[in-house]
Design a protein around this ligand. Structure first.
Ligand code: G4P
Length: 290
C-alpha cells in the first residue's frame, strides 16, 4: 500500500483518531521493531494525548533481539510501557491483554472498590501504513476481518473484536502518516518496505542499507554473499556502490558488456533484508541524547 499524505489527509486521519479515542481506554501504538523511531508518527504524543498507551514493537521476528531489548528499555525510560511481538506468527500476541490490564490497573481497582464489575478493556491500534495493523487485528480476532476502511462518522460500521474476556479492540485501526520530512527516516522506511520505491530510488536505498549493514552486521552480510575483506565502515556513497557491485557480481546481476545491473542487485539485497534472509537486523538505535 502506498498512501500519498497531504495536509488534508493528515488532518482527517488525526480527527478520525481523536473521535475513536473517546471510545477506548488504551492505545496500542504499533511500531516496526527494526526502525522504532522512523516508523513512529511525529505527532503521536500530541494526537493520543493523555490516553494510556502501550508501545508494540511488531515484526520483532525480523529485528535484532539485542536492539529490541535496548529499544524496550528506551521506551520504558520515557515512561511508555512496551512489548515486542510477531503479529504474523502470533508470537507475543496473547500477552497483549495482560500488558494492557497492567497499564489500567489503578482504574480497574477503583472500579472494583466501587463495587463495579470491570468491563473488558477497550483498545485502538494506531500506526503508519504497513506496520502490521491489519495482521494484528486479524490475529487478535482469530480470523480475517474485512477491514471496512476509514469513513467519517466513526461510530457507524465499526465493531469491537473480543479477545478473551478482557480485551475489546476496534476493528478499524487509526492510520497515521510516517515521517516524510526526515530523509534518513525516509531511507529506513523504504528499506523495510514501508515506503514504496517509486518515492525513493531503490539503488539509493540499497546503498543506505549497506552502510548500516557493513557497520553493524558485516559478518552476516559477508557470509550471505560470500564477500571477503569487507571494510569496517563505508565512508561515502562510492564505498557503498562498490559493495553493491560486488554483491551484484556474486549473484549474477550482470547486463551486456559485463556491467553490474545495480537495480537488480539492490532489489535482491532489499528482498533478502525484508524477508529476514540476511538475519535479524535493526536499522537504527535509540537516540539517547533526546
Ligand atoms: P498495515 O495494516 O499496518 O498496513 O499492515 P499489514 O497488516 O497489512 O502488514 C504489512 C505487511 O507486514 C504484510 O506483509 C504482513 O504479513 C507483514 N507483517 C505484519 N506483521 C508482521 C510481523 O510481525 N512479522 C513479519 N515478518 N511480517 C509482518 P505482506 O502481505 O507481504 O505485504 P507487503 O510486505 O508485501 O507490503
Amino acid at each position: 500500500m502506498s498512501i500519498q499524505w497531504f495536509p488534508g489527509h493528515m488532518t482527517r486521519a488525526r480527527r478520525q483518531i481523536e473521535e475513536k479515542l473517546k471510545l477506548i481506554d488504551v492505545v496500542f501504538e504499533l511500531l516496526d521493531a527494526r526502525i522504532p523511531q522512523s516508523s513512529r508518527n511525529p505527532m503521536v504524543d500530541e494526537i493520543t494525548g493523555t490516553k494510556p498507551r502501550l508501545v508494540l514493537l511488531n515484526k520483532a521476528d525480523l529485528a535484532d533481539p539485542d536492539a529490541t531489548a535496548e529499544w524496550s528499555r528506551y521506551f520504558r525510560s520515557k515512561g511508555l510501557a512496551t512489548h515486542a511481538l510477531d503479529a504474523n506468527a502470533g508470537t507475543g500476541v496473547k500477552e497483549i491483554a495482560g500488558k494492557a490490564k497492567e497499564l489500567l490497573k489503578e482504574k480497574i481497582e477503583r472500579q472494583i472498590n466501587k463495587g463495579m464489575k470491570p468491563r473488558p478493556i477497550r483498545a485502538l491500534i494506531v500506526g503508519i501504513p504497513n506496520v502490521g495493523k491489519s495482521t494484528l487485528i486479524n490475529r487478535l480476532a482469530g480470523r480475517n476481518i474485512a477491514l471496512t476502511g476509514d469513513r467519517p462518522g466513526v461510530t457507524k460500521g465499526q465493531q469491537w473484536i473480543r479477545f478473551g474476556g478482557e480485551l475489546e479492540l476496534l476493528d478499524t485501526p487509526g492510520i497515521l502518516w510516517p515521517k516524510f520530512d526526515d530523509p534518513v527516516a525516509g531511507f529506513r522506511l523504504a528499506a523495510t518496505g514501508a515506503i514504496k520505491e517509486d518515492v525513493i530510488h531503490i539503488d539509493e536505498v540499497a546503498c543506505f542499507v549497506l552502510k548500516v549493514l557493513v557497520e553493524q552486521y558485516g559478518s552476516a552480510l559477508g557470509e550471505r554473499y560470500g564477500l571477503e575483506d569487507l571494510p569496517q565502515e563505508l565512508p561515502d556513497m562510492q564505498a557503498a556502490v562498490d559493495v553493491l557491485e560486488k554483491i551484484g557480481r556474486r549473484r549474477g546481476c550482470i547486463v551486456s558488456g559485463g556491467h553490474v545491473d545495480y537495480e537488480k542487485a539492490a532489489t535482491l539485497l532489499l528482498r533478502d533484508l525484508r524477508s529476514g534472509k540476511l538475519g535479524r537486523m535493526t536499522l537504527e538505535g535509540p537516540d539517547l541524547t533526546e
